[in-house]
Design a protein around this ligand. Structure first.
Ligand SMILES: [Zn+2]
Length: 329
């Protein structure tokens, strides 16, 4: 397990750096010429979709749902995001991005949502690692009722990450300045959960099953660590699980009004495409205080990040994940 975690963290450290829309060099990159040059097949549409050979049906499925997510938010909040979808296997991923096969991300200008087409991607390993935190009877009934295998359920949750990536762009286009990683990542999943709650009940059930942190307690657990280290934290997937668990709890009460309230509290000025993090972003503790005023409970939730003991961390011989210097900041 330690070996897996080290490998996954190494791969993730590169990809998560790009998961946010903050990365300036990544914002400027245009991946379209490279995808055309490689001869990737394409499905036209409001969201053009490029895909690796053999993954057309999967690409069509993701494309139609992401287009529908745009349609939903255009109708309800007057916002949408122009993006391109790229559903790639390991080789094409590296050929296009120059990076190892990693977790889903949205980068570039024009913005491209990169999604893994195959299960040899580290995102799958992170989701599988949540199995132990799902009550066994809940999992058994879910798999029985849906007539699917655990691995197939993992794949469905990975597909959901595409909605999270669209959410990153919607946050900015809607006019919210997330200030930093903590709120940016939280909100991206909030958009995703809002959409599936209203339009994709089957995917909502998958999110409700997996949207929780793994039981493996990582070294870094504080909101401040995430803000400071971002992809350099021991296990970014753990933080995402914490966000998802809270979103499942608050969305039924707060709904889309939460997003409108946040826009008033954290207004974004200027062109969303050229967004750069404020020079003096609000400290994450202040962000949480402000969130608590909009939706009481955030401070109590944030306190749970630090409340459990850290795991014993024996130093593995040579297997520790390298702390990438590719921080977006
Ligand atoms: Zn993200």
């Amino acid at each position: 397990m330690r070996r897996f975690r080290a490998q996954a963290a190494t791969a993730l450290s590169v990809a998560i750096a790009l998961c946010s829309v903050f990365t300036l060099s990544a914002q400027e990159a245009n991946f379209l010429p490279r995808m055309k040059e490689l001869g990737l097949q394409k499905i036209d549409g409001k969201i053009p979709a490029y895909y690796s050979a053999g993954h057309k049906e999967h690409a069509e499925r993701l494309q139609s749902r992401i287009e529908d997510m745009n349609t939903y938010f255009q109708a309800h909040l007057d916002v949408q995001a122009n993006v391109i979808l790229a559903l790639l296997d390991s080789k094409d991923w590296t050929d296009v991005t120059g990076e190892p096969y990693g977790i889903a991300m949205v980068i570039g200008n024009p913005r491209v949502i990169f999604m893994p087409a195959t299960s040899d991607n580290p995102t799958f390993a992170l989701v599988r690692a949540r199995k132990e935190s799902i009550p066994p009877e809940t999992l058994r009934l879910f798999l029985r009722d849906n007539q699917i295998s655990f691995e197939s359920a993992v794949g469905q949750f990975v597909d959901l990450v595409g909605f999270h990536e669209l959410g990153h762009v919607l946050t900015l286009n809607f006019g919210i300045d997330p200030q930093g990683h903590f709120l940016s990542e939280f909100l991206a999943s909030y958009w995703s959960y809002a959409y599936i709650s209203e339009r994709q009940p089957e995917w909502k059930r998958v999110f409700d099953l997996f949207g929780r942190p793994s039981k493996i307690r990582p070294q870094h657990t504080s909101p401040e660590d995430f803000e400071k280290l971002y992809m350099g934290v021991d296990d970014p997937g753990w933080y995402h699980g914490m966000f998802e668990a809270h979103i499942r709890e608050i969305y039924p009460n707060l709904g889309l009004g939460f997003l409108s309230d946040l826009r008033k509290e954290f207004p974004l000025s200027g062109d969303p495409q050229a967004y750069a993090q404020p020079e003096r972003p609000l400290p994450v503790g202040d962000i949480i205080k402000r969130l608590d005023k909009i939706a009481p409970g955030f401070e109590v939730w944030a306190a749970t990040f630090n409340s459990a003991p850290s795991p014993a961390l024996p130093q593995p011989s040579g297997a520790a994940p390298a702390r990438s210097s590719k921080s977006p900041h």
